[in-house]
Design a protein around this ligand. Structure first.
Ligand SMILES: *[C@@H]1O[C@H](CO)[C@@H](O)[C@H](O)[C@H]1NC(C)=O
Ligand SMILES: *[C@@H]1O[C@H](CO)[C@@H](O)[C@H](O)[C@H]1NC(C)=O
Length: 269
């Protein structure tokens, strides 16, 4: 009986110690640096323990920040290079925050464990970082409805697990990159289900070697660009295909070469 109280105190003391130090200190300083460039962060973002203190939109595994999901929060501001300082981050979703502007820092390529990058419907601009292809674990890359410009980085072709590539509604220019032996390209994305490249300023033809028989594509949406020609017949190689939106191309050059394959439905939206 007599020793009950000290043990109780000891256990309580340990719990306080543990709770007081849940968040990894380098993740905490990275998040504080990111936060300092934003307005309208969630009201729960107080104190110094995002993992233990229930910061809205922050998910942790143990002491490490693994999710940052802040859709439609009314955030405004810019992203600094600190966004690359979350080595365990798996999901970054800042979608539907129109007040987020500026470039996507090239340090984003340091997020080696990132699987999902969603920056849909914000106001980011500038180029997609060249080295983005080193995010080889990425499954979803969805940056639709921003003001990104410049070329589609060929390195995206190195993301062998990529399923969703959605670059719709930006100001991307240049041609659709395909591999050529030295440089990667989108034709290497054998696990991709979705190529959504519509509403950009892409030029040139649709490269015949973009499509391969061992692809898993379901949707290929290239409408509202400045692409010339029509879909190459190699598109028929892709047996999984469901939809290809090609309104402008079709309007200018109706499918002349072949009947579309059975599994192919052209949706003219
Ligand atoms: C791709 O996904 C598989 C299955 O989830 C996984 O085992 C593999 O490590 C991933 N590849 C990369 C480069 O992350
Ligand atoms: C498409 O345009 C490029 C130049 O931008 C040209 O080299 C190519 O021949 C054109 N292809 C077709 C099918 O018109």
């Amino acid at each position: 009986m007599g020793s009950g109280l000290p043990i109780f105190l000891l256990i309580t003391g340990l719990q306080v110690l543990v709770i007081g130090a849940v968040t990894d200190s380098s993740d905490l300083s990275a998040l504080n640096a990111v936060k300092s460039n934003w307005k309208n962060t969630p009201p729960s973002w107080i104190g110094s323990d995002p993992c233990g203190g229930g910061w809205e939109g922050i998910g942790c595994t143990g002491s490490r920040i693994t999710y940052i999901i802040l859709t439609g929060m009314g955030l405004s501001g810019t992203l600094t290079g600190d966004i690359g300082d979350f080595p365990e981050l798996q999901t970054l979703d800042l979608s539907q925050n129109k007040g987020l502007t500026g470039i996507l820092p090239s340090t984003i390529v340091n997020l080696k464990k990132l699987e999902n990058l969603f920056l849909v419907d914000c106001s980011f601009n500038g180029p997609i970082p060249d080295g983005i292809g080193s995010l080889t674990r990425l499954v979803s890359l969805s940056i639709a409805s921003n003001n990104f410009n410049g070329p589609i980085p060929p390195s995206i072709g190195k993301m062998s697990n990529l399923s969703l590539l959605d670059l719709t509604d930006n100001k991307l220019s240049g041609t659709i990159p395909v591999s050529d032996g030295t440089s990667p390209g989108l034709d290497l994305l054998l696990n991709a289900r979705h190529f959504h490249l519509g509403k950009n300023q892409l030029t040139g033809g649709i490269p015949p070697n973009l499509f391969r028989s061992n692809m898993k594509l379901l949707h290929v949406l290239f409408d509202s660009n400045q692409l010339n020609g029509s879909f190459p017949s190699t598109l028929e190689l892709v047996q999984t295909l469901e939809t290809s939106r090609q309104e402008l191309i079709n309007r200018a050059h109706p499918f002349q070469r072949h009947q579309p394959p059975k599994s192919f439905r052209a949706v003219l939206v």
